[in-house]
Design a protein around this ligand. Structure first.
Ligand code: NDP
Length: 333
C-alpha cells in the first residue's frame, strides 16, 4: 500500500477504452488509489498527457523510438521513468511498488504481463480476456501458485462474480449453469445476404457499448462471446455444458447465475464499463463509479433470444475448442 494506505495501481493499456475508464473511476477516489505505472503501445502523446496528470513512477511504451518520443513530451523535471518493450511490462506488473494491476492491453500481447502479475500475487483486474483464453489452465495455476486475487472486469464475468458468494469453494455447488448475455451487436437483424458488404465503421458501431475497435468487431461477429465462454470456463471452473449464451439486445442484464435450487441471480445496470471496473478496484467494498442509474419506470422491454448459429457461426467454435486437446483455445484466439 502507498501513502495513507492507498492502493498502488499499474494500468496496462492506459490509453485504451478500459484504461481510460479505469483512470476515470480512480480520479473520483484520490484518497483510495494512486497510479504507480501507466503503459501504452504507440500513442505516446496520449500517454504523455496521462503522465502529466497522474505522475506515475514508471511509464512503458512499445520500443525505443516511442520511449524517446515520450521522454521528450514530458517536462524535464518529470518524476516518471520511461521504459519500453514486453519485458518492461512484465517487470511493472510484478513490481513491489504495485499492489494492483489493471490488465487492459488488447489481445494476446497482454499474456506475459498478466502471468507476471499472477505469479507475483497481485490483485489482478482482468479485462484482457485474450490472455486467459490463450493461457487457460497455466494462467489459473499461476494465479493459484502466486496467491493472486483474480477479479474479472469483463462486464459479463463481473456480473457472474457479483452474483456468487465470495467463498469460492461454494461455487460448484451453487451453480447449475451460467448464462452469458450478448447484445447481438450491430448486425443482429441485418439481412444475411448483405453481411459480406459491411464496412469496418459499421462493424465498430456497437449499439450499446463504447469500446476499442478489436472487441467491437469481435462483438459484431460474436467471436467476443466465444472468447467469453472460454474465459468463463477458467474463471468459474465450469464445464462448457454449464455455460450458456442468450442474446439480450438491451444489455441491461449483464449475465446470470442459474442456481441448483432453481433461483436465477442476475446483475443489472446501465451498460457502462466503469461499474465492473469500480468493483474490481474496490472489491469487496463498493465505490461510486460515475455510471448513471437504471430507471425501471423508463425501461420498456427486456428481450431475450437464442443466438442464430447461421448468423454467428463463431460462437460454436468456443465449445469445439474447449472440447479439443489443450492449446486449441489459443489457436482459436
Ligand atoms: P483499446 O484498443 O481501446 O486499448 C488497448 C490498449 O492496449 C491501448 O492502451 C494500447 O496502446 C495497448 N496496446 C495495444 N497493443 C499493444 C501491445 N502489442 N503491447 C502493449 N500494449 C498494447 O482496447 P480496449 O480497452 O477496448 O480493450 C482492452 C482489453 O479489454 C481487451 O482484451 C478487450 O477484449 C477487453 N475488454 C474491453 C471492454 C471495453 O469496453 N472496451 C469490455 C470488456 C473487455 P495504444 O493506445 O498506444 O495503441
Amino acid at each position: 500500500m502507498g501513502v495513507a494506505g492507498r492502493l498502488r495501481v499499474a494500468v496496462l493499456g492506459a490509453t485504451g477504452s478500459v484504461g481510460l475508464n479505469t483512470l476515470d473511476v480512480m480520479a473520483r477516489h484520490p484518497d483510495r488509489f494512486e497510479v504507480t505505472a501507466l503503459t501504452a503501445h504507440r500513442k505516446t502523446d496520449e500517454l504523455a498527457a496521462l503522465c502529466r496528470t497522474w505522475r506515475p513512477r514508471v511509464a512503458v511504451v512499445a520500443g525505443p523510438d516511442e520511449a524517446e518520443a515520450l521522454r521528450s513530451a514530458l517536462p524535464v523535471d518529470a518524476v516518471t521513468e520511461v521504459l519500453h518493450g514486453p519485458r518492461a511490462l512484465e517487470e511493472v506488473a510484478a513490481h513491489e511498488m504495485v499492489d494492483a494491476v489493471m490488465a487492459a492491453i488488447v489481445g494476446a500481447a497482454g499474456l506475459r504481463a498478466c502471468m507476471a502479475a499472477a505469479a507475483a500475487g497481485k490483485r489482478l483486474m482482468l479485462a484482457n480476456k485474450e490472455a486467459l483464453v490463450v493461457g487457460g489452465a497455466l494462467f489459473m495455476q499461476a494465479v493459484q501458485r502466486g496467491g493472486a486475487t483474480l477479479l474479472p472486469i469483463d462486464s459479463e464475468h463481473s456480473a457472474i462474480f457479483q452474483c456468487l458468494p465470495t467463498d469460492r469453494s461454494l461455487w460448484n455447488d451453487w451453480i447449475d449453469h451460467i448464462v452469458l448475455t450478448a447484445s447481438g451487436g450491430p448486425f443482429r437483424t441485418r439481412a444475411p445476404a448483405t453481411l459480406s458488404a459491411v464496412t469496418p465503421e459499421e462493424a465498430v458501431a456497437h449499439p450499446n457499448w463504447v469500446m476499442g475497435r478489436k472487441i467491437s468487431v469481435d462483438s459484431a461477429t460474436m467471436m467476443n462471446k466465444a472468447l467469453e465462454v472460454i474465459e468463463a470456463r477458467w474463471l468459474f471452473g465450469l464445464e462448457p455444458s454449464r455455460i450458456r449464451v442468450v442474446i439480450h439486445p438491451q444489455s441491461i442484464i449483464h449475465s446470470m447465475v442459474a442456481c441448483r435450487d432453481g433461483s436465477v441471480l442476475a446483475q443489472l445496470g446501465t451498460p457502462d464499463m466503469r461499474v465492473p471496473i469500480a468493483y474490481g478496484l474496490s472489491f469487496p467494498e463498493r465505490i461510486e463509479s460515475g455510471a448513471s442509474r437504471l430507471d425501471f419506470t423508463r425501461m420498456n422491454d427486456l428481450q431475450f433470444e437464442p443466438p442464430d448459429p447461421a448468423r454467428f457461426p463463431g460462437l460454436q467454435l468456443a465449445y469445439d475448442a474447449l472440447r479439443a486437446p489443450e492449446g486449441a483455445t489459443a489457436v482459436l484466439n
